[in-house]
Design a protein around this ligand. Structure first.
Ligand SMILES: [Zn+2]
Length: 197
């Protein structure tokens, strides 16, 4: 196997930030807007739209007259020109002069692509870690509320009344913490303060 053969990830890295030029050079009439327009592939009136980061990613969506499609810059060539994805890859690589790139240049491109995917993986890991932290914070907060409730319960059992209520500071701090967590970690049930107090 030829380790220096460039794949989608490599060519995508080399094409990032250059998709409009690439598409135009390969015969796609790219609209000058990211608003809805006719599709350069299947026509219509307003079924097609470039993503906001199109120049970087090549991404687009097309309503296709009911046959919804979307994809990256290679997929757009397939949609418009009727090429296979392999043919689209080859055309982009040709256009960027990568087909005849030296081994050294190919290695450079591969290294850059590997760095980029490592960066994306690190970002995904950080996001997971954040979700775990949020979840832990929420559990800590629930423990705090539980211990306040427990304290009140004991006071009631011993004295018949609650002698030490949670302080305003305690409640406010807990509420602030809860709101901050929920903002970051939507979808989880918050703590019911009326019941806790
Ligand atoms: Zn279309």
């Amino acid at each position: 196997m030829d380790n220096n053969r460039l794949g989608f990830a490599d060519v995508r890295t080399a094409a990032a930030g250059r998709w409009e030029t690439i598409h135009r050079a390969l015969g796609v009439s790219i609209p000058n807007t990211t608003k809805h327009t006719a599709c350069p592939g299947c026509g219509g009136k307003d079924r097609f739209r470039l993503d906001k980061d199109y120049q970087q990613s090549g991404r687009w969506i097309c309503g296709g007259g009911g046959d919804f499609q979307q994809g990256d810059g290679f997929a757009l060539l397939a949609h418009v020109q009727g090429w296979t994805l392999a043919e689209s890859l080859r055309a982009v690589a040709d256009h960027l002069g990568l087909t005849h790139a030296s081994d050294f240049e190919r290695q450079q491109i591969k290294r850059k692509a590997a760095e980029q995917s490592a960066k994306l993986e690190a970002a995904a890991r950080a996001k997971e870690e954040q979700a775990r932290t949020d979840s832990n914070l929420l559990a800590m907060l629930e423990n705090l509320i539980d211990s306040i409730k427990h304290r009140q319960h004991l006071q009631r059992a011993v004295n018949g009344v609650v002698t030490v209520s949670p302080t305003t500071g305690e409640i406010e701090a807990a509420q602030e913490l809860n709101a901050a967590i929920l903002e970051n970690y939507a979808g989880k049930q918050g703590v019911d303060y009326d019941r806790a107090a």
